[in-house]
Design a protein around this ligand. Structure first.
Ligand SMILES: Nc1ncnc2c1ncn2[C@@H]1O[C@H](COP(=O)(O)OP(=O)(O)OP(=O)(O)O)[C@@H](O)[C@H]1O
Ligand SMILES: Nc1ccn([C@H]2C[C@H](O)[C@@H](COP(=O)(O)O)O2)c(=O)n1
Ligand SMILES: [Mg+2]
Length: 239
C-alpha cells in the first residue's frame, strides 16, 4: 500500500529533504546532506519504489518537437509529462531565489545547475499517483544525467531522441510565437552550440547502452508520432 508523502523540500540549492517518507507513487525520500551532485552519497538517494515505475527521457535539439510529441504521448499512452524547461520557467516567475539566475541562464541559452533542475523534477515525480513519466528536455548535459542517476539511483527505462536538422529547428523556433525569451535568433544560435557540446554526448551515452530510440523529427506531427507509437509498442513488450 502506498503511503502519503511527508517529505518537505527545503528551497535551497543543496537539495535538503528534511523528512523521510514516500509519495502516493512510492517515491521514497532520504535525508540529503550535501550540495553538489558529486557529493551525493548512497544514503542521499530518492528512489522510485513503485515496482512498475517507467521513466522515459525525451531528448532533441531546441524546436525539434519534444513538447509537441509529449502531448500526443500523454493522450495516447497516459504518461505524466514533465518538461524541465517548463518547470524552470515556472520557478523563474515564482518568488524563487533562483528566479534571476534561471532567467539569465535561459536568455544566454546555457544550462541551469543540476541541483535546481533535479529538485524541481523530483518534486513532480513525488506528487500525484502517476508512475509513468516522460521527462522532456532532461538530461541536457552529462552533469544533469549523473546528478539524476546518483540521486534517484535509477536510470531511464528508455530514451527518445528527436533528430532534426538545425535549419528546421531554427525555422520552428522562430515561428513558435509563444513569447519565450529564448525564441530569438541570437539565443537560438547559442542553444544549438550548447546542444551539440553538452546534450549530444548524453545521446551517445544512451545509444551505447542500447536505450536510445532515434526518431526522424522531420515530417508532419502525425508522421513523427507514428514512429513514436512504434517505439512505445516495442518498449511495452519489454518494460
Ligand atoms: N513535426 C512538426 N512539423 C512542423 N512544426 C512542428 C512539428 N512539431 C512541432 N512543431 C512546431 O515547432 C515548434 C517547436 O516545437 P516544440 O515546442 O514541440 O519543440 P521542443 O523540442 O519542445 O522545443 P524546445 O526545446 O525549445 O522546448 C512549435 O511551434 C510546434 O508547433
Ligand atoms: N535540463 C534543462 C532543461 C532546460 N534548461 C533551460 C535551458 C533551456 O534552453 C531552457 C528551455 O528548455 P526547453 O523548454 O527548451 O526544454 O531551459 C536547463 O537549463 N536544463
Ligand atoms: Mg519544449
Amino acid at each position: 500500500m502506498l503511503r502519503r508523502a511527508t517529505a518537505t523540500l527545503k528551497s535551497t540549492l543543496s537539495l535538503h529533504i528534511t523528512k523521510e517518507g514516500s509519495g502516493h507513487n512510492g517515491y521514497r525520500f532520504h535525508r540529503f546532506t550535501s550540495g553538489s551532485p558529486s557529493q551525493f552519497q548512497e544514503k542521499d538517494r530518492v528512489c522510485p519504489k513503485h515496482k512498475d515505475t517507467i521513466i522515459a527521457f525525451v531528448l532533441g535539439g531546441p524546436g525539434s518537437g519534444k513538447g509537441t510529441q509529449c502531448e500526443k504521448i500523454v493522450e495516447t499512452f497516459g504518461f505524466k509529462h514533465l518538461s524541465a524547461g517548463d518547470l524552470l520557467r515556472k520557478e523563474m516567475v515564482s518568488d524563487s531565489e533562483y528566479g534571476s539566475m534561471i532567467l539569465d541562464t535561459i536568455k544566454e541559452g546555457r544550462i541551469v545547475p543540476s541541483a535546481v533542475t533535479v529538485k524541481l523534477i523530483l518534486r513532480e515525480l513525488a506528487s500525484g499517483d502517476s508512475h509513468k513519466f516522460l521527462i522532456d528536455g532532461f538530461p541536457r548535459s552529462e552533469e544533469n544525467r549523473i546528478a539524476f542517476e546518483r540521486i534517484t539511483g535509477s536510470e531511464p527505462n528508455f530514451v527518445l531522441f528527436f533528430d532534426c536538422p538545425e535549419e528546421e529547428m531554427v525555422k520552428r523556433v522562430l515561428s513558435r510565437n509563444q513569447g519565450r525569451i529564448d525564441d530569438n535568433i541570437d539565443t537560438m544560435k547559442k542553444r544549438l552550440k550548447i546542444f551539440e557540446a553538452l546534450n549530444l554526448p548524453v545521446v551517445d551515452y544512451y545509444a551505447k547502452k542500447g536505450k536510445l530510440h532515434k526518431i526522424n523529427a522531420v515530417g508532419t506531427e502525425d508522421e513523427v508520432f507514428e514512429q513514436v507509437r512504434r517505439v512505445f509498442a516495442q518498449v511495452s513488450t519489454v518494460t
